[in-house]
Design a protein. Structure first.
Length: 150
């Protein structure tokens, strides 16, 4: 019997902050953490860097245009999660801050997100996904790497 190769799922997250507030979205109708807040984010599609992924996702989800040169990696997380349909998965999540952006922020995917709002960094919603809470706390402390779910 041939052993399945280990796979890791890569994702990029946008940490968009202004005036000590962070842009967050509430997941809706996705089947994962619905009703809870997260950040604009997405999985890499293959042959795509984390920065390119984030530029694409920011446009698709929040209607903003990012320039790769204005992006800075601010945190890396190695994470384990269990999904009912596929079992245990390991992930590498890269959190990237944008120094600037163009366009008017708006919810472009209302079928996947029912709120896109700014929240004070020190008072994010109670229903924020736990690993997102940890990341935002770590970023505020200057911690660059963390692990979750181990």
């Amino acid at each position: 019997m041939k052993k399945k190769k280990f796979k890791i799922v890569p994702a990029a997250y946008l940490v968009l902050a202004k005036k000590k507030k962070v842009l967050m979205l509430r997941r809706f109708n996705t089947g994962y953490e619905d009703g809870n807040y997260s950040l604009v984010a997405g999985h890499l599609e293959g042959n795509e860097s984390f920065r390119k992924c984030l530029v694409r996702e920011a446009k698709e989800e929040a209607n903003i245009i990012l320039n790769e040169n204005d992006l800075e990696i601010v945190h890396v997380m190695h994470r384990r999660t269990t999904f009912h349909d596929v079992g245990l998965r390991e992930r590498i999540d890269i959190f990237i801050a944008a120094k600037k952006w163009k366009g008017e922020i708006k919810n472009v995917e209302p079928h996947k997100c029912d709120d896109l709002s700014w929240f004070p960094l020190k008072k994010i919603p109670k229903n924020t996904i736990p690993y997102i809470k940890l990341v935002l706390k770590n970023i505020s402390k200057g911690v660059f790497y963390s692990e979750f779910g181990f």
